[in-house]
Design a binder for this molecule. Structure first.
Ligand code: 3H9
Length: 706
């Protein structure tokens, strides 16, 4: 939790003729109500102080200002508003200088834009990331940024939400100077004194001429409008950002500010803002697993990876990118060469794209050591196995690790389904075992499921979370079960999709409905991308234990039996011609589906896209609730983070659990009960949902409790 701002959240001090105002509101100097009123009071004090001629704005600690206080969104507003404070700063009769170090983001940058001059340390990061929270810069940013740096550059900053460095900011004209040291006070004072010596006036951004070339501005706005309608059509705030910049071009400054306020309030009220802010806090909460509070992580200085297949190579790249030395183990020279080549390929692609030099690649690969002997792991602090998904094979690998690894080495498995308790129990040091479930491509995908076996020691789990931080991954704590959080839930909503396909919806309609909801891909496209053989192997593994009364759709099996495993074989549910990645609907697949419907004696019926999504989401939410109820996920938010970062769940909807609260748990339960009339075995309402609905409670109410 952000600590309540203390009485001196904004400090005032006088240095010669300069009035220094320091925002001191840890952890990121967010502009909460108290900071805003004290900031305003400080500017007033500076303006009326008889012996000062200029004002210097600073942030205490590691940053200038991280933005508005996100925790206030959705609560009743407390005056003064940030736009008022910014206007007050800009109106100051004495020159106001912002000296930026660390980050100046969102409202933080807007405060700096309201100042009259800006200096930033060379490692400062500036940005207007409001779009990532479903908002627009609402404290004058949409009006001041285009006036200062032009419509094109301002739109790029606001629509991408990206952070830029001091050099780029200087080139754009967003700041005036780059400081030579990171001592913001000393640099800011020197710069301000220089301005005073030069009798520099209060110079207001509202008067800047960045929009003077009206034709260029109009062109930039229209280009942004076209781009937004193409690439972010699901999102609400990007078009509002474009509208606000249009207002900056067409209206006097004060009218533009009023317009910006209206648009900002619309964004603030949108469910997308609620979803995106939920996602922001959820991924920060997910990092705080109980073990990370109890125990210190073990030191990780070198790592071993067993297996040089797609997964092993991807994991090796992720580790190399984090600066770690990596030993890759394969069973023979040919496999090792293949694994090393897969690693190299990733860097070659970066070189081809101009994003890496040959020397950088050579430096990274110097940290990769291949071997066909487990003995090469004797000094490793952590070993991650990514071998074939088979219990006997995994146990054999762990027996070797038990033999060669030093005491205290963390032994991790990248299994996606297997019982990690059984793997741990098979060796002499079960307390050192943990699941690190990476997602493919492992060097790209953000999610890392940290799977916690019963006997694992707390410092091993803390080490896993620490590793995730080093790898810039988003970790989620999961318990042991078939599929952990993500794949367990996936199996159920994929089954719901299969049922709909057999009942009459085409895979192409289902995929389209799922994409229209906001996923980048539908379930059948995902299967084609991942390789149909993977799911097929899992289905075969489960066949013996599957409840024979449970509905089982065989369409995917029929497709796999033909060797159609998706993109890599040129056909799966879709047809991929000329090695392309965009599949076309395949009439032969439709014929297979027809034949399967006949075999199962099903008369196909039509589904609307809305019906498809109600079933798809109800299946996902119900199984996710089971996962929470059984303690496999600690809280609903852990499910949300898993799905947003590992399964393409649209971030603006917050995650499946947030979405369930948004549409109302009672209505989800009503859907499940309706579907249960056709198939009561598949559609069993989760006890957790039934209980919450009876109590009139939300899933969100469980997020605080763990
Ligand atoms: C805005 O400004 C709207 C305006 O245009 C208009 C207004 C009218 N508020 O990420 P970390 C917490 S929208 C409240 O782990 P890092 C965070 O939850 C805002 N709390 O640290 C965490 O708490 P805890 C635009 C915030 O060093 C702790 O601080 N600004 C805020 O890796 C540490 O965070 C943004 O979108 C906040 N604004 O990264 C910036 N920010 O310890 C959002 C952070 O209890 N923030 N917290 O878990 C960030 O991007 C990163 O947090 C930052 C620091 C780069 C600042």
């Amino acid at each position: 939790m952000t600590p309540e701002a203390s009485a001196d959240a904004v400090r005032q001090a006088v240095h010669g003729r300069v009035f220094v105002v320091t925002v001191d509101n840890p952890p990121v100097n967010a502009l909460g109500a108290q900071v805003r009123s004290q900031l305003r009071a400080a500017i007033e004090a500076a303006d009326t102080h008889p012996e000062v001629d200029a004002v210097l704005l600073l942030g205490a600690g590691r940053n200038f200002i991280g933005g508005a206080d996100i925790r206030e969104f959705g609560k009743p507003p407390v005056p003064p508003s940030l736009p008022e404070v910014c206007n007050y700063i800009e109106a100051s009769a004495k020159p106001v200088v912002a000296a930026i170090h660390g980050v100046a983001l969102g409202g933080g940058l807007e405060v700096a834009l309201a100042a009259h001059y800006r200096i930033a340390s060379s490692d400062a990061k500036l940005g207007l990331p409001e779009v990532t929270l479903g908002l627009l810069p609402g404290a004058g940013g949409t009006q001041r940024a285009p006036r200062l740096i032009g419509a094109k550059a301002a739109l790029d900053l606001m629509l991408s939400g990206r952070q830029i460095g001091a050099k780029e900011a200087r080139a754009l004209g967003l700041i005036d100077e780059i400081a030579t040291t990171d001592d913001a006070l000393a640099e800011g004072l020197a710069y301000t004194q220089g301005l005073l010596a030069a009798r520099a006036p209060a110079r207001r951004t509202r008067d800047a001429q960045g929009l003077a070339d009206r034709t260029a501005s109009r062109t930039a706005i229209e280009a942004a409008r076209t781009e937004v309608s193409k690439s972010t059509r699901h999102l609400f705030s990007p078009m509002k950002i474009v509208d606000a910049v249009q207002a900056a071009l067409e209206m006097p400054f004060d009218d533009g500010l009023c317009h910006e306020r209206q648009l900002f309030l619309q964004c603030l009220d949108s469910p997308q803002r609620a979803g995106l802010v939920h996602a922001f806090f959820a991924e920060r909460e997910a990092r705080k697993a109980p073990e990370t509070r109890k125990a210190k992580p073990r030191a990780i200085r070198s790592v071993g990876v067993i297996g040089g297949g797609t997964m092993g190579a991807g994991i090796a790249v992720a580790l190399l990118d984090a600066g770690l030395p990596v030993a890759m183990i394969e069973r023979d020279d040919a496999s090792l060469l293949r694994g090393e080549a897969l690693v190299e390929k990733v860097y070659d692609r970066l070189i081809a794209g101009g994003r890496m030099s040959l020397q950088e690649k050579a430096d990274i690969l110097a940290r990769l050591h291949g071997s066909t002997s487990y003995d090469a792991l004797d000094k490793a602090d952590l070993v991650i196995e990514a071998v074939f998904e088979d219990m006997a094979v995994k146990k054999a690998v762990f027996a070797e690790l038990d033999r060669v690894c030093k005491p205290g080495a963390v032994l991790a498995t990248n299994t996606s389904y297997l019982d990690i308790d059984a793997i741990a129990a098979s060796i002499s040091r079960p307390a050192d075992v943990v699941g690190l479930h990476f997602f493919s491509p492992a060097n790209v995908m953000k999610l890392l499921e940290v799977v916690v076996p019963a006997q694992s020691s707390a410092d091993v789990i803390a080490t896993a979370f620490d590793l995730a931080k080093k790898l810039r991954k988003v970790p989620v704590r999961a318990g042991v079960c078939d599929g952990f959080i993500g794949n367990r839930v996936l199996a159920i909503y994929r089954a719901a999709a299969d049922h709909m396909m057999e009942d009459g919806a085409s895979p192409y309609q289902i995929d389209r409905a799922v994409r229209d909801f906001g996923f980048p891909m539908g379930p059948f496209q995902v299967s084609d991308l991942a390789g149909g053989d993977i799911g097929w192997a899992t289905r075969k593994r489960r066949a013996a234990t599957r409840d024979p009364k449970l509905r089982y759709v065989q369409i995917a099996d029929r497709i796999c039996e033909r060797g159609w495993f998706g993109q890599k074989t040129g056909r799966g549910f879709y047809l991929y011609t000329d090695g392309g990645r965009t599949g076309k609907p395949d009439p032969e697949v439709e014929a297979i589906i027809d034949a399967e419907r006949k075999r199962a004696e099903i008369t196909p019926r039509t589904f609307t896209d809305d019906e498809i999504m109600r079933r798809y989401m109800a299946a996902m939410i119900n199984e996710a609730a089971n996962v929470v109820h059984e303690g496999i996920a600690l809280r609903p938010l852990d499910v949300d983070v898993t799905f947003v970062h590992g399964y393409g769940f649209p971030r603006h909807r917050g995650g499946p659990m947030k979405y369930a609260d948004t549409v109302g748990l009672a209505s989800v339960l009503a859907d499940i009960r309706e579907f249960a009339q056709e198939d009561p075995l598949f559609w069993k309402p989760s006890t957790l949902i039934v209980d919450l609905v009876e109590r009139g409670a939300t899933l969100a109410s469980l997020n605080q409790s763990a």
